[in-house]
Design a protein around this ligand. Structure first.
Ligand SMILES: *[C@@H]1O[C@H](CO)[C@@H](O)[C@H](O)[C@H]1NC(C)=O
Ligand SMILES: *[C@@H]1O[C@H](CO)[C@@H](O)[C@H](O)[C@H]1NC(C)=O
Ligand SMILES: CC(=O)N[C@H]1CO[C@H](CO)[C@@H](O)[C@@H]1O
Length: 331
């Protein structure tokens, strides 16, 4: 795998003519992981919805293109209601599971990591998940499906928000306990916090998350950070050219103070000069703190983004053509 990563780095280096022309220098990556979200299977509001109409699975050939660029991690979204239609502890829609597994295997067969992201905001069928025991069973069952694949990473849930803070802690702990109970002992677990797991509010909101425990000691704190004025990731305008660093500084100190490690599981900025500076400044700052930051995952690639402001989908996504040169300095 190390050799493979080295080969990717060499391959990425060969396409750096354009980035250098835009004033970006190649630096040796300090990140363990660097990649993109792979969206589609969680799309739409119809449940279960119709494959090809309401939702789609990511395209393995597009993922292969990003791997060739040097990306080493992909966060694959899915919707829990589609995977387990009856209840959190119920049986699978086997076809949806098989389709998810096809994407996961396409990633891991290439020797890079796949994050399985339950993209549910701490909710199931619109209700906040309140049973930690059901949630533990959900994760024990799902981890059982992937326990022999070391390159799978479990992401307990996307962006808990507007929930009781103890419940967020307890749901994450239940997920960890379920995953380990399934015999999945080698995989990393990405935990997320309340308030959409924002890095900028992490210290104020999610301090109790330091109490999570894992017998395998493989917890990674996944935070998200957007750089528009309200931090929602809905505008291509960034607050300032230094906003990236500013918004992750306190969280960086929290990780250091508590001997934790983190990953930026979602981030993005529009294809414009202010955002380019804001994104590269943030990544540079994180790369200079490699003891606590293990990587960053762009939001987002996927086949259905069209002309979305942050699309990393080859061959013509806005960020793929406009921002990848910045990311490539870290690949
Ligand atoms: C799974 O993917 C196949 C295409 O590969 C599609 O025909 C089928 O409808 C999908 N099923 C689900 C439940 O997503
Ligand atoms: C965290 O754990 C410590 C002891 O291990 C305990 O005193 C404290 O109350 C816990 N905090 C939260 C928010 O659970
Ligand atoms: C910031 C952002 O792009 N958020 C998106 C996250 O993914 C969900 C579902 O895929 C979208 O609805 C959000 O807009």
């Amino acid at each position: 795998m190390k050799l493979r990563n080295l080969l990717f780095a060499v391959a990425a280096g060969s396409v750096l003519a354009a980035p250098q022309a835009r004033g970006i220098r190649k630096r040796a990556s300090t990140f363990e992981w660097f990649g993109a979200n792979e969206s589609g299977a969680e799309f739409g509001t119809n449940i279960p919805g119709v494959y090809g109409t309401d939702y789609i699975f990511p395209d393995p050939s597009a993922i292969a293109t990003l791997i060739d660029k040097g990306m080493t991690i992909f966060r694959v979204q899915f919707m829990m209601e589609r995977l387990v239609p009856d209840s959190l502890t119920g049986s699978y829609d086997e076809e949806y599971l098989a389709n998810l597994t096809t994407v996961v295997n396409a990633v891991t067969d290439s020797g890079v990591h796949a994050i399985i992201d339950a993209h549910n905001y701490g909710r199931y069928n619109g209700e906040i998940i309140s049973s930690t025991s059901d949630f533990q069973t959900f994760w024990e069952n799902l981890a059982g499906q992937y326990k022999d694949n070391d390159l799978v990473i479990f992401d307990t849930n996307n962006e808990y928000n507007s929930m009781d803070q103890d419940l967020v802690l307890n749901l994450n702990q239940a997920a960890i306990d379920g995953i380990r109970a399934a015999g999945a002992t080698s995989q990393y677990i990405f935990v997320e916090g309340n308030s959409w797991t924002g890095a900028w509010t992490w210290v104020d909101v999610n301090d109790n998350m330091k109490n999570l425990t894992d017998p395998q000691d493989k917890i990674i704190y996944e935070m998200h950070q957007y750089l528009d004025s309200d931090g929602s990731g809905t505008s291509s305008t960034c607050e300032s050219s230094t906003i990236g660093v500013e918004r992750v500084t306190d969280a960086t100190q929290w990780l250091k103070d508590n001997n934790k490690v983190g990953i930026l599981g979602e981030y993005a900025g529009g294809d414009n000069d202010v955002c380019r500076r804001a994104v590269s400044g943030m990544l540079e700052y994180m790369a200079n703190n490699p003891d606590v930051w293990k990587g960053a995952v762009w939001w987002a690639a996927g086949p259905w983004w069209g002309d979305y402001i942050f699309s990393m989908e080859p061959p013509d996504g806005t960020a793929y053509t406009g921002m990848l040169d910045i990311l490539e300095t870290y690949l």
